[in-house]
Design a protein around this ligand. Sequence first.
Ligand SMILES: Cc1cc2nc3c(=O)[nH]c(=O)nc-3n(C[C@H](O)[C@H](O)[C@H](O)COP(=O)(O)OP(=O)(O)OC[C@H]3O[C@@H](n4cnc5c(N)ncnc54)[C@H](O)[C@@H]3O)c2cc1C
Length: 503
Amino acid sequence: MNRRDFLQRFFPTAVLATGGPMSLVGCKSFDNWFFQLERGIKDRVLIVGGGIAGLNLAFELKKKGIPFQILEGSARLGGRIYSLEHFNASEQKAELGAEWFSDSDQNLKNLAKELKIELQVDRRIASDQFFFTGDQWIPQARLEKEIQILYQQLAKIGLQKSDRELDLMPLSNLFKLMNPTTTKVSDVALMWLERVVQKRWGADPVEISGLFIMRWLDVIGPKPLRTLAQSNTRVTGGSSVLINALHDRLVGILPQEVLRLKHELIQVSYPTADPKGPVELTFQSPQGQFQVQTMDAVLCLPMAKLRLVKGLTSESFSGPLSAPISQLGLGRTSKIVASYKQKFWRQRLNFLMGLGTLSAQSIWDATPEGSDSLKATRGLISIQMGGQHSFQINPNSANVILNEFQSGIGDQEKQQPENIHVHNWTTYPWTQGSNFFFRPGQFLKWSKLDWNPLPDGSLRIAGDFLDPMAGGRLEASLQSSISVAQLIYEKRQILKKKSTGSV
Ligand SMILES: Cc1cc2nc3c(=O)[nH]c(=O)nc-3n(C[C@H](O)[C@H](O)[C@H](O)COP(=O)(O)OP(=O)(O)OC[C@H]3O[C@@H](n4cnc5c(N)ncnc54)[C@H](O)[C@@H]3O)c2cc1C
């Protein structure tokens, strides 16, 4: 009997949904739930949030032989990894969240190997990106040259202004400084940077720290188009394959032992006022509220949800973390996916990614080369909107954007999408935003923040905001979950040695 048959036979309410496993809440064994939690939690690590950070943390703990329990607020696993299955008649999946990963992310490669998941790299290169200014297409080589001038101007400004001044300055003010009468940075280069910021952070130039963006450009190096094009790895079969495989490895045949859906964390406190003592977490579940005390809890939540957890933002509770948790900027991102009977754009443009003034700030071919979905003739287009424009997205505006794209590439024949799906991550209740960013003045204060300041404390944090540069990406979530698992392992080793008297 396989796991699915087992579940259906013994836990009829536990339907394995397309987007991930569904709640077991409501099944008979729920009566034992509080008891199990009370009994077992003392030595278990309580993981809050079942996105990639929470699930990978659980996987790391499992490999180290440390017991855990995952409590997820929504009715599905995966968080910002969200693949819509059976999106069209060719059974293609549409990605509403994370889709492209860095081909240098060793943690992802290791995980895929352990889970026996295939990653596929799209071999198309930077020249398959396009940039559209509204009235002309900018060739890659010209865009690269314009970006070089932008880099030179930024370097000059970097010498004239202090880091503090640059941090206090929004990127939009830097744009103004870069356009003196002498070496004028082209509008194309500035627009390119604006689009990158909107896509990457869901923020507008007027609200993001200038210094933060300068530092990020430094990190990605002098050939940003090439560096960005290296995020060209996808999970074969869709990003949710990763989530489903982790789920299968973690829950075994007794899912209620390790996983509960529809359990939302609403409050944290230290009953003994000692951060090394037990931490108490209050959850809201369909059965009501309950409290759990544990010596190890890890919150794997997006920034916008973390800030809503009562207690966490109070100075007395989280000290240096309380200000950034409540004040960092929150990105706004919407995504549209559209399915067409044919990949009509391939006759005009062999593009991977486009940015520009099309009202879709970024648009890409979601049926890339080398993909299994190539077997199908159907094609998918993804569109992402960030910052203030993300709120303009709805099925009507999606149609307008798609038409605009078609006329932009010179396709006269009207192509009708057979299916369109729109997802706004800001109004999605379980993330209420997409990414975090540093507002003016925040980068110098918080970029070096230690999000887990007490190595032997009972409450920890993991997630994609822990790395200021790779932040808001899967690689940051994976890395932070690996680091937290290691911290917990080391803490337990020390405690074990103490209890056996070997130290
Ligand atoms: C549109 C979009 C496109 C993206 N594209 C890419 C990409 O191409 N490449 C890339 O690397 N990254 C991309 N990302 C970012 C990537 O999706 C995230 O960095 C990553 O998935 C975050 O994982 P996480 O587990 O840290 O957080 P999440 O995935 O947000 O998981 C957090 C979990 O916590 C749950 N939760 C929330 N509140 C509570 C609560 N109070 N109690 C209990 N549970 C709660 C949520 O339901 C969720 O399951 C994209 C993100 C978006 C929004």
